[in-house]
Design a protein around this ligand. Sequence first.
Ligand code: C2E
Ligand code: MG
Ligand code: MG
Length: 710
Amino acid sequence: MAALPSSKRGTVLVADDDPVMRLLMLEMLAQVGLDAIEAEDGERALACFAHIAPDLVLLDVDMPHLDGFAVCRAIRAREQEHGNGAAVPVIMVTGSDDLAAVTHAYEAGATDFVSKPINWPILGHRVLYVLRASDAIARLRIADAHNRAVLAAIPDTFFRLSRDGYYLDYEQGHDPAAVFTQRECAGRHVRDVLPHPIADRLLEQLHGVLATQTIRSVDYELQRDETVHHFEARLVGTGAGEVLGLVRDISERKRTEEQIRRLAYCDSLTGIPNRQAFLETLERELARSSQHGRKFAILFMDLDSFKRINDTLGHNVGDLLLKVVSERLHDTIRPGDVVAHDAVLDNVARQPPSGNLARLGGDEFTILIPDLDRVEDALNVAHRVKDAMRRPFHLDGHEIFVTASIGISLYPEDGEDCTSLLKYADTAMYHAKNCGKNNAKLYSSALTTQIMSHVKLEVGLRRALQNNELYLQYQPQIDVRANRIVGVEALVRWRHPEHGIIPPNDFIPLAEETGLIVPIGEWVLRTACSQARAWHRECRHGVRVAVNLSARQFKDENLAQTVLSVLNDTGLDPRMLELELTEGTLMDDALATLATLEQLRAIGVYLSIDDFGTGYSSMNYLKRFDVRALKIDKSFISGLPQDSENAAITRAIIAMAHGLKMAVVAEGVETDEQLALLEQYGCDVAQGYLLGRPTAEGAIAEMLMALTEA
Ligand code: C2E
Ligand code: MG
Ligand code: MG
């Protein structure tokens, strides 16, 4: 037997009992560049085959002992046994026109045949052709095995769809939840397997794939094992008028995407939308509103004393407060104010959370009010929000009082783009704060100018004290029953060199904000006390002077010291000085308040609550603080006597104050009817335009002189 040949084109095993025939075959094979190995009978042919694994076998049918058919069968059996699926091409050489032999040869597993007499040049080409074909088949087989391995590694389900939507086959992937079974699908139409809306989308994409030969995909959801699974089917054209589909369960990916989206769009502390979500909602709303000619409003809310809560009670309480604030906001704004109401609360919301209510950061919240009919509607929401914030918060054992300042901008009146609208709402919010907090203000373009002039105002206010531009007016307070003056309230004014007289409401908030209120307040106190002392001396008739104290002054740790030294310097009896505080000032920080009030009480000054009824205060506290009088806010008085509700409130305040041994002063009394009613209710003191406008000290002196003369 020949040694193992090393031909590039291949090695052919030639099995023939006729030596001449073998010689001719070898010659022919050499001619076409192939190596050959000879075997003179069937047994040897099989041994050779096993030993050298030829690329092709040329096999004579007629051989003694083991004929060609038997050899061919043995070769195929052997290949089967070795199980690699490879099939070496076998060409059988038959007698001429022996049709039975040809049939027999194919049955035995032959690849091809040639019949004698042999046309040698043709045989050479034939051998080469069969070799090439066999090579191609081998390569296809490898590619096929490769593809199968790849497919086996992919968890997807595979199917083929005919152009009219029938499953040609269906191979279930590893993902058990993901798919139907082979039995449920093969041979059936997609509309008989999948819900119709999904099937129709799949069919539409199927036609798209066939028409364009692009890859298309369809996302859909199916309920499986009591949970909703998310699937993605990708459709690929096979080029044979049918489409290959791959289905994958992408539920996990969708969940992760959703989580990422929530992280990107949700404020982690409160769970409501964040700035980004709000901006995107705003963009959408702007597009929608401009398309339909609708209006919307942005509310920008900021808590007034959040920093203080954070500083005094700690960040935990601060965080808690923000959470409860966001809940209150959520409850306060009508469901209609928030489009995707549920998405805000639902932790597994599939849509990005709607940004209609959002926390921009810190203690800043925004609310988008779409489809606004009237500006008043935005103001109403703002007032509801403000009221919701004023209810005391009970957090971690603390009772906390906060107020909110709200700015409002309107589309399209104030601006046509999101950035400007948000900025304007912010500006309006600052304006609200400057107007004494706990306020809601609409943006107006005049505001920007106003805020610019605010800066100028501040510069002016710093000079006002030195330049003697501040002065006091005094408003008489009349004893309702005795009808005589018992006190005056000192009210500050600013005579601005350019703008004329500026009322306190226009500069006190600025003075508060800048801290200028402390020196200004001290000046007011000193001036009022020395004036009261002077009246007493000149008119020989004492009158109590009431001075307004703002929160900032009240928090000044030198307050008691200042009051004491002013009283000493002016020589005024402490009982003749009344300090007016607001409920907000008192409730701001009850503990610190108590200490300051204790000091003031020790000095012996008279304490009253100004604008009573507009804030929240606990009666219990008022009693403990040794408050001597309540001044009912003029907003309650102005509607009297017609406004029955305010009448009832007024009457109740008076009764309650008397129960606690406090006196009652009614502010803003403008008509005789009001005065009569107040007298009927038992009100002690009245103050208002009816009884005397704020006036210069000379006019008060005259009133006091008249008393002395009487
Ligand atoms: P307030 O303490 O409640 O003072 C009463 C306000 O009501 C005064 O306004 C007074 O002019 C006004 N008023 C009096 N009677 C009537 C009336 O019959 N009808 C109406 N519509 N209004 C009446 P004013 O002087 O503009 O003061 C406004 C606020 O500015 C004061 O409210 C007070 O909170 C603050 N303020 C005034 N002076 C000072 C001050 O020296 N220091 C501080 N911290 N605040 C001051
Ligand atoms: Mg007052
Ligand atoms: Mg008042």
